[in-house]
Ligand binder design. Structure first.
Ligand code: SF4
Ligand code: SF4
Length: 475
């Protein structure tokens, strides 16, 4: 007796192997195009050189030790990382906006899992053959030929996985140097650990887990229903047309032409099963909208192929909406989609403005709190500050540091009163401020630090607020 016989809940179901069949068609061609573009960008970008006047000549480089990200001509400093939060917000809003209108189009065409699984399936098909050949091979007893085919498949998968992991690592260092160091055992440990981790996860996710990732692991598949409504584009089977009055039926001598089928009350679906065989998640779209469907549209291509061969119009399976299927009008732009769209535009505009209006010189002040103040032997009170200066231009900057707004305050920067900031670099300066005894009051007093460029007045003075603490301010 098994769990279901006994009425107990089945918590885990063994994976049913899926052998997706190859298909040709407009959506498959579009998917290959997107895949080629995505792979080209991902694998070639670390090798693209870029003249930016200062810094490395790699177009995209995430320089963690230098705490700077290079994105073509844009240099992102550590203090600009809030842009990353902005970018994530734009990504999330874009996903909401697109999902509300076009459903899971991201899953079907752009998701890493889909793109890498597609390549793994292609390798499997090239080495082991199409659906029927693969099913036969899996059922066949182990032989030299079977071992050879299976080993070759897994080795090629591992190669793609390793290439994927290594490429990711190349975004974090100078690619040519890092590759040489990697294969001579001289790369830093995190490079090997990251490459190994990504090799393993790519191999497992795209080679072994595949549709299980979309069905059981991906949270997006679960919460997408919140964004769906009856107007959202989905891949759907036209049940009215496919089933007719008496259901689908295979082609027989009596049910060959459309006229014969109509007369018999039979629909246009000839129950060939091609749409099920090409589905990478192994579902039958004729059973209606299902959480496993990633809207890859391959079943549309499959059914269109069948319809073309019969000379019947395409679209038995098609992109549509639940409203359209029910014979109602479908609306693309509704208050919700317009709301998402407006918030998305506002977020993109705010991010673009922030990036486009990056200050050439930045100053931030951090109070040294241990101790908050010091009483000197002559009675003066001293506070200390860390001044963070960032030169975001491609030229060196001589910057004078001053303060104002603190009566009787004296600034001590050590042996200098100005600093030279190399291009695209930041610098930390320790500043001490002292107040003479006759100016002493209880509590805290606000004042400003000023950074004044010496050679380039057009950049302008930058000020940052600070607080001077006196005895009693800590209570
Ligand atoms: S049902 Fe169709 S659109 Fe959905 S995952 Fe399967 S093949 Fe892709
Ligand atoms: S491919 Fe089209 S005709 Fe064939 S089973 Fe699927 S829906 Fe029916």
């Amino acid at each position: 007796m098994n769990a279901s016989d006994s009425g107990a809940e089945v918590l885990y179901q063994a994976r049913i192997p899926i052998y997706p069949r190859s298909v040709k068609g407009r959506f498959r061609a579009l998917k290959w195009g997107i895949l080629t573009l995505a792979y080209g960008v991902y694998f070639l970008l670390p090798w693209l050189r870029w003249e930016r006047g200062v810094g490395p000549d790699q177009a995209i480089l995430f320089d963690l030790p230098g705490r700077r990200f290079y994105l073509f001509d844009l240099v992102v400093h550590a203090q600009d990382l809030f842009w990353l939060a902005g970018l994530l917000m734009v990504g999330a809003l874009l996903l909401f906006f697109v999902t509300t209108i076009a459903g899971r189009v991201f899953c079907g065409y752009f998701c890493f899992q889909t793109l890498w699984t597609d390549v793994y399936l292609l390798i499997e098909r090239l080495v082991q053959g199409d659906r029927v050949a693969r099913m036969r091979l899996d059922r066949a007893p182990w032989s030299a030929g079977k071992i050879l085919r299976k080993t070759a498949t897994h080795l090629l998968w591992l190669l793609v996985a390793f290439w994927t992991g290594l490429t990711f690592v190349l975004y974090w260092g100078n690619a040519p140097d890092l590759v040489a160091a990697f294969f001579t055992g001289k790369a830093p440990f995190p490079a090997y650990a990251t490459a190994l981790f990504l090799t393993a996860t790519t191999y497992v996710m795209a080679g072994l887990a595949r549709e299980q990732v979309c069905t059981y692991m991906c949270p997006y598949a679960r919460f997408q229903s919140v964004m769906f409504d009856a107007d959202t584009r989905i891949v759907a089977y036209d049940e009215k047309r496919g089933e007719g009055g008496r259901g689908r039926h295979k082609i027989t001598r009596e049910l060959k032409t459309r006229e014969q089928r109509r007369a018999a009350g039979v629909g246009d679906c000839i129950d060939c099963g091609y749409c099920v065989q090409v589905c990478p998640t192994g579902i039958d779209i004729r059973n209606g909208l299902q959480v496993q469907c990633i809207t890859c549209a391959l079943c549309i291509d499959a059914c269109d192929t069948i319809m073309d061969s019969l000379g019947w119009e395409r679209g038995l399976i098609r992109y549509t909406s639940q409203n359209e299927l029910a014979g109602k009008k479908s609306r693309v732009f509704k208050p919700r989609t317009l709301g998402y769209g407006l918030v998305l535009l506002a977020a993109i505009a705010a991010l673009a403005w922030s990036v486009g209006h990056q200050a050439p010189l930045e100053l931030a002040v951090i109070q040294v709190r241990q101790p908050l103040f010091v009483r000197l032997s002559d009675g003066r009170i001293q506070n200390s500050y860390e001044l963070h200066l960032a030169n975001k231009t491609n030229e060196p900057l001589q910057v004078a540091i001053m303060m104002h707004g603190l009566a009787g305050g004296e600034l001590d920067l050590g042996k200098f009163d100005s600093v030279r900031l190399p291009p695209q670099r930041s610098l930390k300066v320790l500043a001490r401020v002292r107040v003479k005894p006759h100016h002493r009051h209880k509590g805290s007093r606000a004042f400003l630090f000023d950074a004044i460029p010496q050679e380039k007045p057009e950049i302008g003075m930058v000020s940052a607020p600070a607080t001077f603490y006196l005895p009693g301010a800590e209570h």
